[in-house]
Design a protein around this ligand. Structure first.
Ligand code: CA
Length: 367
């Protein structure tokens, strides 16, 4: 189901690009739509170089653009801190220091509050629901509007699927256990934690293990089993909670300097667009496989204790999430518009999912 929708989306985009091609091949434009001009772009990332999933996905995106363009647009990837620090990736693209970046939208809430709706939204849409909103429900157009004042163009470029609830060095049996809890949790999830009495911090991925191991933080979320295992987080905290209520289907982004994009011939623009959509599916598919294998390994080989949050805790977090999200919507006009669109789509998706995937998954042979 998920795959079919994505494939159909990719096919639709392919059809668009064919249409664009044939129109520009009309007799009135006898010269080739592609110039021979060569472009060299830098891609900075918020991830450590070659980090499994996000880093390797960014590498693959760069390689595909380079190959699909026959070398007319070559993209060189820089890991976090190689060219700029991770959380300066947005500014680097806005200023043109780098033409593109691979990152996640919630890191840029200091630039625009509304960006958070394009990262993980607590108790929000699943990855498959989000695809519908982004590509066909007006979500991507709103995302473009949010970044437009900065001269930056967003492209969805990866999805982690549902994340995990995180690593805790003490059990979470009631809401009281969240009070005073110092946890690495970015974006809206972090604001929700603050609201229920926790202390949210945002630190780059590469620093999480040490912070947790040394007790600088009491808990952390990162991504899911695949990425969490590769950071060795099971060696720093005992309890692994599911699910990632705060990030039910986080899209990753490729952001591009709008002027640099406008300077590309139309076919190279389309290559960037389609390569991003291809990597979106590619990363989502790879996360699905690697996460299931890594969770097995964490539980069976590393003795990790897998736990679910008590219902009482989830209910408090859900209520707090609604307050936080509607509070953000009230902050500025753009946030209100994105919230309205997100909310309306989620309400429709909730009903459709309940009558399709959710019903089916309840009926399938249990794990
Ligand atoms: Ca996360």
């Amino acid at each position: 189901m998920k795959r079919r929708q994505l494939v159909q989306g990719a096919a639709a985009l392919g059809a668009l690009s064919v249409a664009a091609c044939s129109s520009s091949n009309s007799p009135s434009q006898s010269q080739s739509p592609s110039s021979n001009e060569r472009f060299r772009w830098k891609m900075v990332t918020t991830w450590p170089k070659d980090f499994p999933g996000m880093g390797t996905g960014a590498n693959r995106l760069a390689e595909r653009i380079t190959r699909m363009s026959g070398g007319r647009l070559t993209v060189t990837v820089y890991g976090a801190n190689e060219l700029v620090p991770p959380f300066e990736a947005f500014d680097a693209v806005a200023s043109g220091t780098a033409e593109m970046a691979h990152s996640a939208a919630y890191y840029w809430k200091g630039k625009a509050q509304a960006a958070q709706f394009f990262g993980g939204v607590p108790f929000g849409m699943s990855a498959i629901e989000l695809n519908g909103w982004l590509y066909y429900g007006g979500g991507l157009a709103l995302w473009e509007e949010v970044y437009a004042p900065f001269g930056v163009l967003p492209f969805p470029a990866g999805n982690t699927g549902v994340q995990m609830g995180g690593w805790f060095n003490r059990e979470i049996n009631s809401v009281d256990d969240l009070r005073g809890l110092k946890m690495r949790i970015p974006g809206l999830g972090g604001e929700v934690l603050q609201k229920v009495g926790g202390l949210a911090v945002n630190i780059p991925g590469a620093e999480i293990f040490t912070a947790l191991k040394t007790g600088t933080i009491d808990a952390t979320e990162w991504v899911g089993p695949w990425n969490d295992l590769s950071f060795g987080l099971h060696q720093a905290a005992k309890y692994y909670y599911t699910p990632g209520w705060h990030e039910p289907g986080t899209p990753l982004e490729c952001i591009v300097n709008a002027q640099a994009f406008a300077a590309l011939p139309e076919d190279l623009q389309e290559i960037v667009r389609v390569a991003c959509q291809a990597i979106y599916l590619d990363m989502y598919a790879e996360y699905t496989l690697r996460n299931q294998d890594a969770l097995r390994s964490l539980v069976d080989e590393h003795g990790v204790e897998l736990k679910t949050f008590p219902t009482e805790v989830i209910e408090v977090l859900r209520t707090a999430s609604e307050e936080v999200i509607s509070g953000i919507a009230a902050q500025d006009e753009m946030s209100a518009r994105v919230y309205d669109s997100y909310r309306a789509f989620l309400d429709k998706a909730r009903w459709w999912t309940a009558n399709s995937e959710q019903t089916y998954l309840r009926l399938r042979t249990p794990a």
